[in-house]
Design a protein around this ligand. Sequence first.
Ligand code: 5GP
Ligand code: ZN
Length: 114
Amino acid sequence: MTECLFCGIVEGSIPSEKVYEDEHVIAFKDIHAQAPVHILVIPKKHIPSVQQIGEGEGMLLGRIFSVINRLAKEHGLSERGYRIVNNCGEEGGQTVHHIHFHLLGGRALTWPPG
Ligand code: 5GP
Ligand code: ZN
């Protein structure tokens, strides 16, 4: 069994509430939702953080963002607005070291974050 939590979710050995899946990307509900809509969108491929993103990942990032926008639309957020968050590294607040983008919405979000 993989040691990476999100690789476990990709493989299905760790249960999750999936809301989208294709060949390269999956999205599932965050277990500790911080907003009425809180979805994590991840590549199936294990990439530790945005620090490993280069030009070679352009296609994958494009897919991830089109999935995010599709989910935002499906959850009625397109008109209301929403937030996409990536936490990177310790001081950035990253706790799971498999790159993921948070899609948050459904309430007015404050800025700046803590
Ligand atoms: P990070 O802090 O790394 O940006 O975000 C990790 C996110 O993963 C957190 O919002 C946390 O609630 C979520 N999370 C942690 N463990 C699990 C889990 O087992 N299942 C799901 N669905 N989300 C998780
Ligand atoms: Zn992983």
